[in-house]
Ligand binder design. Structure first.
Ligand code: NAD
Length: 441
């Protein structure tokens, strides 16, 4: 970390003095190179993380490419502010400059996707970076490093440190020459990072966990809602911070919804991640699988009903995958709102379905957790979707869809789901220091 920070510090004067257009061209080149090797990156991401090859091919790596292209473009279009004060004979304007060495720390669930979501805006703005991918999933970060020189990224601009959170991550957080930290990971680690960085008054962006509700009213189009909610619950083995894990269904359609939802969940094929027909791959580790299973057991002990998946249906794995950390999509019903399954982030292929009666009630219950990252609302009533969206304590609300993203707009959570937002304008503001200049004429 010491050597990486020094290299980044030394590279900063030259990189920060390049024009946005020069930096943009290099980012575009890097995007092209990753895209050229998309299949190799996707294979590596799938093998390293356990996710399906299809997900890596269609989501992870294309998004990593897009992250570089998006910020290569958006950096060209920012304008700063200017105001006039004629009575004082003054003009005010703002200027923005890169901050310095940015520390970037990312988790294991979307490895290259989330790492590049930080590297791209940081270097587009003229910062140099020290990035630390998760120790569980470092392979694609390593592969990207090999392309940096070819893309024309000068030495020292992007430094990647491979190591554990406690050692490498903490050294980065505590380093006096790293004035800003962008972190994506668990709320617990974020608390530690906040404590450790406090003596240095660092600028922090924290993208953390979620306990995301889906609210399904009785006028929802179930033919759209059910497959999308199965996907929002189980995509990437449920290991996405935005995954749905509490499904509130209006009582009139509760039985029908449950029946159709469970039937749809059962269609999802769990198995060999390299098989393009698999929908669910392996969980990240043995420990994590055990943790996710424990939640299902706790729910059963509390009297909840497991309708499909873990402990209910047989998991038929191909011979080569029998020792893998696989788990079937699991649907739990009749869970109390106070249950740990309804309060804590499970981060696996487990979702809870409960009934509600009124709009007022469901808003209160949906907001009744410490997290506030993402929510989905399903209804054909346009007034209602706006009303509910406004009242949900959630950084993102999708109505009648899920995971449709415009990278121009802010991404991030409220409450224990994070501090700050990332996106075109938000990342630009985070990764630059603003100054107000007043000129008297
Ligand atoms: P984690 O907090 O355990 O680790 C994340 C990163 O932090 C890793 O690189 C790890 O090595 C590092 N780290 C650990 N301890 C550290 C310390 N003391 N100092 C500095 N760095 C340290 O999280 P995880 O288990 O890798 O990822 C899963 C979590 O990430 C879930 O809670 C999930 O919701 C969250 N997540 C959030 C978003 C979002 O955008 N809001 C996106 C993806 C994942």
């Amino acid at each position: 970390v010491e050597a990486a920070v020094k290299a980044a510090k030394d590279a900063f004067p030259i990189w920060s003095s390049k024009s946005p257009l020069e930096r943009s061209q290099i980012l575009n080149k890097l995007a092209d190179l990753i895209e050229h090797d998309l299949e190799a990156f996707a294979q590596a991401e799938s093998k390293d993380q356990g996710k399906t090859i299809t997900f890596a091919r269609t989501v992870d790596i294309p998004r990593a490419v897009h992250n570089f292209r998006f910020f290569a473009s958006s950096i060209l279009h920012h304008v700063t502010e200017c105001t006039e004060m004629p009575t004082m004979g003054c003009v005010h304007y703002t200027s923005r400059a890169p901050v310095g060495v940015a520390g970037l720390i990312s988790p294991w669930n979307l490895p290259l996707y989330l790492l590049t979501w930080k590297i791209a805006p940081a270097i587009a703005c003229g910062n140099t970076v020290v990035a630390k991918p998760s120790e569980m999933t470092s392979v694609t970060a390593w592969m990207m490093c090999k392309l940096l020189e070819k893309a024309g990224v000068p030495p020292g601009v992007v430094n990647v440190v491979f190591g554990t959170g406690a050692k490498a991550g903490e050294a980065l957080v505590c380093h006096p020459d790293v004035p800003l930290i962008s972190f994506t990971g668990s709320t617990l680690t974020a608390q530690r990072i906040t404590e450790k960085s406090a003596p240095h008054c660092k600028r922090l962006s924290l993208e953390l966990g979620g306990k995301n509700p889906a609210i399904i009213f009785d006028d929802a189009d179930l033919s759209q809602c059910i497959p999308t909610t199965v996907r929002s619950s189980f995509a990437n083995q449920g290991e996405i911070c935005l995954c749905t894990s509490r499904i509130f269904v209006q009582r009139g359609i509760y039985s029908e919804f449950l029946k159709r939802f469970v039937a749809e969940a059962k269609k999802w094929k769990t198995g060999n991640p390299s098989d393009p027909t698999s929908d669910v791959g392996a969980l990240i580790s043995k420990e994590h699988l055990e943790k996710v299973r424990t939640y299902v057991k706790k729910a059963q002990a509390e009297g909840a009903r497991v309708l499909c998946g873990e402990g209910v249906d047989p998991l038929a794995l191909p011979p080569g995958n029998q020792k893998g950390y696989f788990m079937l999509p699991t649907v739990i019903a009749e869970v109390k709102d106070e249950s740990c399954c309804m309060q804590e982030e499970i981060f696996g292929p487990v979702t809870c379905v409960v009934a509600f009666d009124t709009e007022e009630e469901v808003i209160r219950r949906a907001n009744g957790v410490k997290y506030g990252l993402a929510a989905t609302v399903w209804s054909g009533n346009v007034g209602r979707v706006h009303r509910v969206a406004h009242r949900l304590q959630s950084g993102l609300v999708w109505t009648n869809c899920w995971l449709v993203r415009d990278l121009n707009l802010p991404f991030g959570g409220m409450k224990a789901s994070g501090i700050g937002r990332e996106g075109a304008k938000d990342s630009y503001e985070f990764f630059t220091e603003v100054k107000t200049i007043t000129i008297k004429h």
